[in-house]
Design a protein around this ligand. Structure first.
Ligand code: ATP
Ligand code: MG
Length: 184
C-alpha cells in the first residue's frame, strides 16, 4: 500500500551532496562498481524507517552514518534522509493521512542526536516505526534481506521465526500496541 517514490540522501555515508533516487513502479535495480554506495542506499532506507542498531548500519555508533570526510571534502555535521511515500489511496494511519504524499525525514546532527519529521511536522521515532510496521515494511522488514539472512531464518528457533512471519503478515504493529497497553 505505501509505495516508495523517492529517496533523498544528504551527508549520509558516501552521499555527501544531496542525491535523489527516483523509485518508479516495478522493479528497481542498483548497479555499480565496488564501493560506489549500493549498500549505503539500502542502509539509508532502513535508517529513515527507524533503524537504531548500529550493527545493522555497519558502523560503531549512530553518528557513523554522517559523511566522515574524504581527501577532497571536509566531514559533514549532519546526515539527512528523506523518503517520499505515495499516499494516493489514503491508506496511511491517522495523523499521516492528510496529504497525497508523505515525506518522512530523519536527520542526525553531531552531538545532538536524531529527529524525525513527517510532512514538516515533528514526530516521534515510534510514530515512524508504527507507520511502516502497519504497512508490513520498516527497518526490520523481511523484504530487506541482508547477506546471510536466509541461513539465519533456516536455523532460527520457532519463536524468532514466528516474529519474522508476523512482520510479513503486517501484524507486528498490533502486537507492539498490545504490549504497550498491557504495561499501562
Ligand atoms: P560492494 O559492491 O563492494 O558491496 P557497495 O556499492 O555496496 O560496494 P558501499 O558499501 O555502499 O558500496 O559503500 C562503501 C563506501 O562508502 C566506502 O568507500 C566507504 O568509505 C564509504 N563510506 C561509508 N561510510 C562513510 C562515511 N560515514 N563517510 C564517508 N564515506 C563513507
Ligand atoms: Mg555492498
Amino acid at each position: 500500500p505505501l509505495k516508495f517514490t523517492k529517496l533523498r540522501l544528504t551527508g549520509f555515508k558516501s552521499f555527501v551532496d544531496p542525491t535523489d533516487l527516483i523509485i518508479h513502479d516495478g522493479l528497481t535495480g542498483v548497479v555499480g562498481p565496488n564501493g560506489c554506495g549500493k549498500s549505503n542506499l539500502l542502509e539509508a532506507l532502513r535508517w529513515v524507517m527507524g533503524e537504531n542498531r548500529p550493527t545493522a548500519m555497519r558502523g560503531g555508533g549512530m553518528e557513523d552514518v554522517i559523511f566522515a570526510g574524504a581527501s577532497s571534502r571536509p566531514a559533514k555535521n549532519f546526515a539527512e534522509v528523506c523518503l517520499t511515500l505515495d499516499n494516493g489511496d489514503r491508506l496511511a494511519p491517522q495523523g499521516f493521512n492528510d496529504q497525497e504524499s508523505i515525506d518522512v525525514v530523519r536527520r542526525i546532527t553531531r552531538d545532538v542526536g536524531s529527529a524525525y519529521k513527517a510532512n514538516g511536522k515533528d514526530v516521534r521515532a515510534r510514530d515512524i516505526q508504527m507507520l511502516f510496521a502497519d504497512a508490513s515494511t520498516g527497518a526490520h522488514s523481511p523484504a530487506l534481506v541482508r547477506q546471510g539472512q536466509i541461513s539465519e531464518l533456516i536455523n532460527a528457533k520457532p519463536k524468532a521465526r514466528r516474529r519474522i512471519l508476523e512482520e510479513a503478515a503486517g501484524i507486528s504493529g498490533l502486537y507492539q500496541r498490545r504490549h504497550e497497553a498491557e504495561l499501562k
